[in-house]
Ligand binder design. Structure first.
Ligand code: S3P
Length: 429
């Protein structure tokens, strides 16, 4: 199994080339497949999760080609262009693929089977199967509403869904099902979550109405294929923002990063902790704002509490809050983040357990963790637990440790950031 070795550094300098945003890439593929006509997607993320979405769509008869310049052409023929797959479709490690595809499959007039790897087969699907059944889909799952899912779709009826979990995946699943349903589908979120689906649907000519946390879509709308340029992934940038904030002589430039306000709470968190980050807004691409970030190290960090409605906006960055907390003066506390326990790994147990192995003192809570800082990690061996974000987070933690850190099973970074190791290597002087 692959390992990544990280040595402590005092200096980081350079420019980071980010992979395309993972969430936007999934939506670009799915929504262009539902549209009519050709969509050429540039900057599509090439990580394993987005490849899973591409493979699943191809399995359902959607023609997708990689062009000579690396961009990807999707030839959409509307929902009627989808064909039943003779085999079970593999979503690999990707919760986004399974949950968003479940919404589409529920609206297609045949049976679709979706499975995934050992991690995905442990992740809760009731949050999508229950509301999709209420719209008329017939869905079989394993006990506990776990994958594989067998979805017999077609003839959905729009209705109102009041969600109990703040999840962009669930919201998106139901909006996509709503697009294929008769009548109006309304989704009421308990807290705001990333809005890439709404933006991408709008960009393709669809109409999603929004009033606060209530979203509505009329079924039967036709979408038209369009060129999409995918902006850089803010969640990938977050590892380098954290690295820049904890390494004393750091200056890192991150161009062309997505700055959608429903994704950038981590930027506010870094600033609240005392980090210095310049943001230069750029334009809007395919309905998504982007810009350039510069982080400069050497500014003392202070502990903070992270809780409540800000959690969904930085859910994927929360393991990094532990690394920042170790490097900050005072108490850092994460609360209201029990959702972390049902990600690619139990991210609360993973980050607490693995940072402890590297020498940290952390208190684990059912919905988060508490760290008294500053603390210097000793280094040593830690395990990614097969979770890409845990692997990258441990690598960042290792930059500020006393000794060498070895991250076992680090190959999983390819799920969302295939060039991570090279990007990290390139900024270590
Ligand atoms: C995602 C939504 C989030 C996030 C995941 C990607 C998306 O999951 O953790 O990495 O693309 O919609 P939840 O919506 O389940 O919180």
């Amino acid at each position: 199994m692959s390992e990544l070795t990280v040595r402590p550094v005092d200096r980081l300098a350079g420019e980071i080339r980010l992979p395309g945003d993972k969430s936007i890439s999934h939506r670009a593929l799915l929504i262009s497949a539902l549209a009519e006509g050709k969509s050429i997607i540039t900057g599509l993320q090439s990580g394993a999760d987005c490849l899973a979405t591409r493979r699943v769509l191809a399995g359902l008869g959607v023609r997708i080609e990689t062009l000579a310049d690396g961009s990807v052409a999707v030839f959409g023929s509307g929902p009627a262009g989808f064909r039943a797959s003779p085999s079970i479709l593999d979503c690999a490690n990707s919760g986004t693929t399974m949950r968003l595809m479940a919404g589409i499959a529920a609206g297609l007039p045949f049976a679709t089977s979706l499975t995934g790897d050992a991690s995905l087969r442990k992740r809760p699907m009731a949050r999508v199967t229950v509301p999709l059944r209420e719209m008329g889909a017939r869905i079989q799952a394993e006990p506990g509403e776990l994958p594989p899912l067998i979805i017999q779709g077609g003839r959905l009826t729009g209705r109102e869904h009041r969600l109990t979990v703040a999840s962009a995946q669930v919201k998106s699943c139901l909006l996509l099902a709503g697009l294929l349903a008769a009548g109006r589908t309304t989704v009421i979120e308990p807290a705001e979550t990333r809005d890439h689906t709404e933006r991408m649907l709008g960009y393709f000519g669809g109409r999603v109405e929004r009033a606060g946390r209530t979203l509505s879509i009329e079924g039967g709308q036709r979408l038209a294929g369009r060129p999409v340029r995918v902006v850089g992934d803010f969640s990938a940038a977050a590892f380098f923002l954290a690295a820049g904030a904890i390494v004393p002589e750091a200056e890192l430039v991150i161009p062309e990063v997505g700055l959608n306000p429903s994704r950038t709470a981590f930027l506010e968190l870094l600033r609240r902790m005392g980090a210095v980050i310049e943001a230069e807004p750029g334009g809007e691409t395919a309905g998504e704002p982007s810009g350039r970030l510069v982080v400069r190290g050497g500014h003392p960090l202070r502990g903070v509490t992270i809780s409540g409605p800000e959690i969904p906006n930085l859910i994927d960055e929360l393991p990094l809050a532990a690394v920042l907390g170790l490097n900050a003066r005072g108490r850092t506390e994460v609360r209201d983040a029990a959702e972390l326990r049902v990600k690619e790994s139990d991210r609360i147990a993973a980050i607490v357990g693995e940072l402890r192995r590297l020498g940290a003192e952390i208190t684990e809570r059912p919905d988060g963790f508490i760290i008294e800082g500053p603390q210097r990690l000793r280094g040593g061996r830690a395990d990614s637990r097969g979770d890409h974000r845990i692997a990258m987070c441990l690598a960042v933690a290792g930059l500020a440790a006393a000794g060498e850190t070895v991250i076992e099973d680090s190959g999983c970074v390819a799920v969302s950031f295939p060039g991570f190791e090279a990007a990290l290597g390139s900024i270590i002087a």
